[in-house]
Design a protein around this ligand. Structure first.
Ligand code: SAM
Length: 259
């Protein structure tokens, strides 16, 4: 794992040689699994994904409670973190993703939620098609940028962190929620067995795309360890970098501030 983590400059789905290949393959994969994405997310995480997003929103409440705060949820997929953030306070939340099929689902949820009579639940202000490595937003636009289970899929992590830093206001915050490999031991070994044996079979069968659910554990194994991501964030120029580990160390929330 140490060797894989040391070479983790960006994701490389099977067969991808270049950053361009990697981005294209990632977009195609999420586009293919979009119709079953939410169902499989909740099923395969045993509903823990909802807990992780809600906890992330709670941690970010001091920003989300500010009416003037502008928030970007990057790699928003079908929008679940953006909805959790919007419910946590009056800040203006938007989502961005490069898979049109995922955004179609996010927008459908938004319309159905906003159209409900007597609903007092806030919804994100909108969802936009954009590549996280080339964001169509001006410098210093946001008070907070978040990403849940999306950052690991970028073709170049350092470029991603620099691009996020560009669109953050000075003093603005970054929060990255990602999978991590739990340390060795009974719980970690059980987790690895589940991710490598059970998850690809069930996910592949129910999504019709076995490769996507083989890619998931492979990309997690190849991704930074939490302390490596923290040091890259510091190197790129973020301050107050810290992280917490949840659920036996299988999930990490990194937070940092643009100084
Ligand atoms: C695992 S999903 C996570 C979706 C959502 N954040 C969630 O919590 O369920 C990863 C998402 O990242 C998006 N993504 C990956 N690379 C991206 C990039 N370079 N730019 C924009 N979106 C990207 C994919 O299209 C996909 O919707």
């Amino acid at each position: 794992m140490a060797e894989a983590a040391a070479t983790a400059k960006g994701t490389r789905p099977e067969g991808a040689q270049t950053e361009g290949d990697a981005s294209r393959k990632v977009r195609e994969m999420f586009t293919e699994i979009a119709p079953r994405y939410d169902f499989l997310n909740h099923l395969l995480s045993l509903e823990l994904d909802r807990v992780w997003r809600a906890r992330t929103a709670r941690r970010l409440r001091p920003i989300l409670q500010r009416r003037d705060a502008r928030v970007l949820d990057l790699c928003c997929g079908t929008g679940d973190l953006a909805f959790a953030l919007a419910r946590a306070g009056p800040a203006g939340v938007i989502g961005a993703d490069f898979s049109h099929a995922m955004l179609t689902r996010a927008n459908a949820k938004r319309e159905s939620q906003a159209g409900k009579r007597n609903s007092d639940l806030a919804v994100p202000a909108g969802f936009f098609e954009a590549d996280a490595l080339q964001l169509p937003f001006a410098d210093t636009s946001f008070d907070l940028v978040t990403s849940a289970f999306g950052f690991r899929n970028l073709a170049n992590y350092e470029s991603g962190l620099r691009e996020i830093r560009r669109v953050l206001k000075c003093g603005g915050a970054l929060a990255i929620l990602e999978f991590a490999e739990p340390p060795p031991g009974l719980a970690g070994d059980l987790y690895r067995w589940y991710c490598r044996k059970v998850l690809p079979k069930v996910g592949g069968l129910l999504s019709g795309n076995p490769n996507a659910y083989k890619y998931l554990p492979a990309s997690v194994a190849r991704f930074f360890r939490p302390e490596e991501l923290a040091s890259l964030m510091t190197r790129v120029g973020y301050g107050s970098v810290s992280y917490e580990l949840w659920t036996l160390g299988s999930v990490a929330l990194h937070t940092a501030v643009k100084t």
